[in-house]
Design a protein around this ligand. Structure first.
Ligand code: NAG
Ligand code: NAG
Ligand code: NAG
Ligand code: NAG
Ligand code: CU
Length: 348
């Protein structure tokens, strides 16, 4: 059976005009001219991965949770903590604005670079197509994504976690939702791993918390995905996908965050739940689906506010995606086409 890891699509393009193709390992090959890829790595739906691939992926996440931070502080100890911390720092700037999708695409590119270069992961980046679960009549908690053996562990156990008493006192623009913290995840591969950042901007050592809530299923169905992909402009598409606080009802982005609940439900510290990556890979995939409907118009279509509050301008392809100390910044232009470096992946 042929391996799905790599789709060698561009091998021939190396001959000829493209002499300086940026490869994935050139972590600092930051150029503003899109670069051809040697090959495209396939991203797979979690359930399409073989048992061995699932195990390798979970091991790679655990590796990131072990290896030391590049820039250790008294709180931030591991590479994984650095990813969580970067999202906490940038959350207020990168949601509800034009850079929402490009910034998260960039964060996943950086994440992929970490697990490949530092944890020697060779398999596919998985996504979680929650519409497969939301279209069914079963409880979301029954999804195999939450399976303790073949997934990411299940729901929180009621009564095993309480928010810190001062949780309302740490100022943040988006408050912690106190109704989404049922309890600690007690099974699966991440049950024993303590989280050091969050909830929100708090710094508290705690278990991985979830509170799976079927109320949000209706916003994650195939119909919900279609409502986004039929939008005629990038701005309308982004709003239909991202949801609250811009829209009055939840949409796919915020719905899956709050459906999982706990750490995943928090606007700042959600990266602490390993499902964050699989959720955002799925949103990124849906953006790619939308782009591919009319590639000539949409591959480089970018609009939207530069900042949440006025005075704002419109973002352009030259807008800088800033990741702080985590990684060099990227121009929006560099992440628009996932078939060009530094992305070099495709969705299967
Ligand atoms: C889901 O899982 C629960 C507990 O494991 C079980 O009782 C229930 O029958 C399952 N099925 C549905 C339809 O949710
Ligand atoms: C699910 O979320 C809804 C909406 O926030 C809330 O009213 C409800 O109490 C939650 N259900 C559970 C079981 O937590
Ligand atoms: C899709 O859009 C229609 C029309 O705006 C709306 O009535 C419906 O509730 C939406 N469905 C979902 C699942 O978002
Ligand atoms: C390390 O982190 C500190 C605090 O966030 C920051 O000021 C500094 O620039 C970082 N140093 C490097 C080399 O990234
Ligand atoms: Cu985010």
């Amino acid at each position: 059976m042929p391996s799905l890891f790599y789709l060698i699509l561009y091998c021939c393009c190396l001959v000829g005009a493209v002499t300086a193709a940026a490869t994935f390992n050139d972590a600092h090959a930051v150029t503003t001219v899109p670069q051809k890829c040697k090959s495209l790595r396939a991203r797979l739906e979690w359930r399409a991965m073989k048992p061995r691939q699932k195990k390798d992926y979970v091991d790679a996440v655990k590796c990131l949770q072990q290896i030391p931070a590049a820039n250790k502080t008294s709180v931030i100890q591991t590479r994984f903590d650095e990813l969580v911390s970067s999202h906490i720092d940038f959350a207020d700037r990168v949601h509800s604005v034009g850079q929402f999708l490009p910034w998260h695409r960039g964060l996943l590119i950086i994440y992929e670079r970490f697990i490949r270069n530092e944890c020697h992961y060779k398999g596919p980046i998985p996504y979680w197509d929650w519409s497969k679960d939301a279209d069914r009549l079963t409880h979301m908690a029954n999804s195999s994504i939450f399976d303790p053996a073949t997934g990411f562990g299940g729901d929180g156990v009621a009564g095993t976690y309480s928010l810190p008493e001062n949780y309302t006192l740490v100022p943040s623009r988006v408050p912690i939702n106190p109704y989404a913290w049922k309890g600690c995840v007690k099974d699966g591969p991440f049950a024993a791993h303590p989280i050091v950042l969050g909830p929100g901007k708090l710094v508290t050592k705690h278990c991985l918390v979830r509170d799976i809530n079927d109320t949000y299923k209706e916003y994650l169905t195939t119909n919900a995905v279609r409502n986004a992909t039929i939008q005629p402009s990038f701005e309308l598409f982004r709003i239909e996908l991202e949801g609250r606080p811009v829209t009055p009802t939840p949409k796919m982005h915020d719905a899956a965050h709050v459906l999982v609940g706990g750490d995943m439900s928090n606007f700042y510290s959600s990266v602490a739940d390993p499902l964050f990556i699989l959720h955002h890979a799925n949103l990124d995939r849906i953006w790619w689906v939308w782009q591919q409907i009319k590639p000539a118009k949409r591959l480089y279509e970018i609009t939207g506010r530069s900042t949440v509050a006025p005075p704002y301008t419109d973002v352009t392809l030259d807008f800088d995606l800033d990741f702080g100390a985590l990684a060099p910044s990227l121009k929006i232009r560099q992440v628009m086409n996932i078939h060009e470096a530094p992305a070099c992946y495709t969705y299967v």
